[in-house]
Design a protein around this ligand. Structure first.
Ligand SMILES: Nc1nc2c(ncn2[C@@H]2O[C@H](COP(=O)(O)OP(=O)(O)OP(=O)(O)O)[C@@H](O)[C@H]2O)c(=O)[nH]1
Ligand SMILES: [Mg+2]
Length: 337
């Protein structure tokens, strides 16, 4: 069942002492373990890798749900209502966030901790803000690893949140079992400020704020999106993307969202597509790591760095083709490796 197969089947001893309490469900140990994997220090990285190798056999047993939607759609309010509902059904919920726009990170942590007040106080919940980071790849890696740690700590529903205006939603869709798009009770992608292509990533669409004066508008939006989605080729075979409505404020319809997630997840598990999707994600993650590491080594290489400004100006001046400049730089890099 676990597609995230450890690369080192013989787990080395746990140098951090965090593995045992974390496996016992200690949230403080989990928080410290996540801090460790977020660290960029080389000695921390080695400890984090050892810890992950030790914990990987215990990861994977969760429902991984990605949630996106434009600012103000009600993601935090929805996750609070959804999380409490799911806890009520006997589950443990971890909420992680991906937000590479670091200037927003600080604010969104504090905002969410207060907006998800009841959830953050629940012992069956764990809320972790987005790690700071300059590259989306780096942020995504740490969020993936945090997800594995949460699973090892016994959290069996993982929610990964992102704002639906950048590139981060693809990164989230690439790490979850189900991707949920939260919409406002209004029509049109442009109207909602959604990036083109984001609707295509969704396994489930939910129109939020279907309450009060907005009920009729929400019904209209549901019909419109059902129609629009019927014209798209389904991303997952045998799955027509459902368009539901709910009110995160009154809780109405939140149970239906969870039921649909369970239905999707059960069908995917039964057909073997869940394992297939996770295996594909694990493979893609490995290649991302390779690309990022190679690029970091390349740009950090002294011989390359010394030559880069010259190469760039030759290319921009048109005196050398980009392909030739790249080959020359790569040859310098390889000469050292
Ligand atoms: N009427 C109504 N208002 C809602 C509902 N859900 C959220 N809101 C309100 O919408 C506003 C934004 O909600 P948030 O949960 O902060 O939205 P968000 O998507 O997390 O926003 P960002 O964190 O800025 O991306 C708040 O004032 C909420 O009270 C809902 O179901 N019905
Ligand atoms: Mg929010």
């Amino acid at each position: 069942m676990n597609a995230d197969i450890p690369l080192h089947p013989e787990s080395p001893a746990d140098p951090t002492g965090l593995a045992e309490p974390l496996l016992a469900g200690d949230r403080r140990a989990l928080a410290r373990a996540i801090t460790l994997i977020e660290s960029t220090r080389a000695d921390h990285r080695a400890q984090a890798d050892a810890l992950l190798a030790r914990l990987l056999p215990h990861a994977g047993r969760s429902v991984r749900v990605g949630i996106t939607g434009v600012p103000g759609v009600g993601k935090s309010t929805f996750i609070e209502a959804f999380g409490l509902h799911v806890i009520d059904r006997g589950h443990k919920v971890a909420v992680l966030a991906i937000d590479p726009s670091s200037q927003r990170t600080g604010g969104s942590i504090l905002g969410d901790k207060t907006r998800m007040e009841q959830l953050s106080r629940d012992p069956a919940a764990f809320i972790r803000p987005s790690p700071a980071g300059s590259t989306l790849g780096g942020v995504a890696r740490r969020t993936r690893e945090a997800m594995l740690l949460c699973e090892a700590a016994g959290f069996d529903v993982i929610v990964v949140e992102t704002v639906g205006v950048g590139q981060s939603e693809t990164a989230v869709a690439d790490m979850v079992d189900l991707f949920l798009l939260l919409l406002l009770p209004a029509g049109g992608d442009e109207l909602q400020g959604l990036k083109k292509g984001i609707v295509e990533l969704a396994d489930l669409v939910v129109v939020n704020k279907a309450d009060g004066d907005l009920v009729a508008q929400a019904r209209h939006a549901v019909a419109e999106y059902r129609h629009a989605l019927a014209l798209l080729r389904p991303a997952v075979p045998d799955w027509t993307v459902p368009v539901l409505s709910c009110s995160a404020l009154t809780n109405q319809g939140v149970d239906g969202v969870w039921e649909t997630i369970v239905r999707f997840r059960d069908a995917q598990a039964a057909s073997g597509r869940l394992d297939g999707r996770r295996a594909d994600q694990a493979r893609a993650w490995m290649w991302n790591e390779i690309r990022e590491s190679l690029l970091a080594a390349f740009t950090g290489d002294a011989a390359v760095r010394g030559r880069l400004p010259e190469a760039e100006s030759a290319v921009t001046a048109g005196t050398q083709t980009p392909a030739m400049a790249a080959r020359d730089l790569l040859a310098r890099f390889r000469g050292k490796n």
